[in-house]
Write a protein that binds this ligand. Structure first.
Ligand SMILES: [Zn+2]
Length: 373
């Protein structure tokens, strides 16, 4: 995967000059909306004098209406870092002029880097759908990234109806004729490691009071669609699909995937295509998917110290088809000699299981807190 491709494809149209110049360079949703309202008012029979007065006010204080807060780049609506900070009730500052800005409070710190799609949220890597852009001296993020990623992680209380977290469906990837990724030198086979990990995670979650079901508890082949069907038919409240990665020898680390929200490209994709606008069963749980992914990814890192590849987005078949919050964990690279050797150790697989289970427990207790309110 080449993380940099997308950044080359979409460059912000404005990288120098006054922020208010953004109004000329970009379509400004706010100013055209205000103009529309003014026109509507005029047609509704408001006196000419009042209309002209309102228009003059708009011309005298353009920053109130445009430029500083919202802009559009290639059909994607963006919000400025100061505006996002305001919406979150937090403060902001520039770390490196025109390159890096931060939004922060006493509890949280976020870092945004120009042209990048990955941000740091309390020290954890989280992938946005669209790259951060610069206009004037201010960085902007896509408004869908605020609503689909930042807000659900930082303010779960704003995500609407709180789902159940009782029944956890654990899906060990691959099986039977499908070995998944392999490291022949080490004798490491993904389907076996995934089943072992699934059972370890299940044992911990059962001890924590969850009902736990497995899509497979043996070395059998299962179609992808049958995995999500099983979860839907058995009252699952959380779906965990467990996998291991394969790539070039140098790739290492853990990553946790949530289903890509409709209208956004997946992390491995360079830009929005027509199919990205489709919506799936799994998208009904967009805010809970990313919250679960965030907790699972951060807890795995805490328990294993593995390299952080971040909370990512993909439209995997199992994530599309489930009607409950769901994540897919890639617990490390079997193809990396160091990580592969670690994965051969049952002690390491236990710490990986503890990380995943601890992420689920944190997610469940967060839900419990908001359910009570
Ligand atoms: Zn796999």
């Amino acid at each position: 995967m080449s993380d940099g491709v997308f950044n080359k494809d979409i460059k912000p149209g404005v990288s120098e000059g006054d922020a208010s110049a953004a109004c000329g360079a970009f379509f400004c949703p706010r100013s055209s909306a205000i103009l529309g309202v003014l026109q509507g008012v005029r047609h509704a029979g408001v006196s000419r004098r009042k209309f002209v007065k309102a228009l003059l006010a708009m011309m005298a204080f353009p920053a109130l209406f445009c430029g500083a807060e919202a802009l559009e780049v290639k059909g994607v609506e963006y919000l400025s870092i100061p505006q996002v900070a305001k919406m979150m009730g937090m403060r902001w500052k520039t770390i490196v002029a025109k390159k890096r800005q931060s939004i922060y409070s006493a509890y949280s710190q976020l870092y945004f880097d120009v042209h990048q799609r990955d941000i740091l949220l309390n020290g954890n890597k989280v992938w946005l759908g669209f790259p951060v852009v610069l206009a004037g001296t201010t960085l902007y993020i896509a408004s869908s990234d605020y609503y689909k990623t930042l807000r659900p992680i930082l303010f779960p209380g704003s995500s609407g109806r709180v789902p159940s977290s009782y029944t956890v469906i654990i899906d060990a990837g691959h099986g039977g004729k499908d070995n998944g990724a392999q490291n022949r030198r080490l004798g490491l086979v993904e389907k076996n490691a995934a089943l072992d990990l699934a059972k370890r995670v299940g044992a911990i979650l059962k001890a924590r009071g969850h009902r736990v079901l497995y899509t497979r508890s043996k070395d059998v082949f299962l179609e992808l669609e049958d995995r999500s069907k099983y979860a839907n038919a058995n009252g699952g409240s959380i779906f965990l699909s467990l996998h291991f990665n394969a790539a070039g020898a140098s790739a290492a680390g853990v990553e946790t995937f949530a289903l890509t929200p409709s209208g956004q490209p997946s992390t491995s994709s360079g830009g929005v295509t027509a199919s990205d606008r489709k919506s799936y069963y799994g998208n009904a749980n967009d805010p809970w998917n990313v919250l679960l992914a965030y907790y699972v990814q951060t807890q795995i890192r805490q328990k294993t110290g593995a390299q952080d590849r971040g909370v990512k987005r993909a439209r995997f078949v199992v994530l599309k088809g489930v009607k409950m919050p769901a994540v897919l964990v890639e617990g490390g690279f079997v193809t990396n000699s160091y990580e592969g050797a670690r994965l051969m150790s049952s002690k390491y697989r236990q710490s990986l299981a503890e990380g995943i289970a601890s992420g689920v427990v944190k997610y469940a207790s967060t839900l419990y807190r908001y359910r009570k309110k």
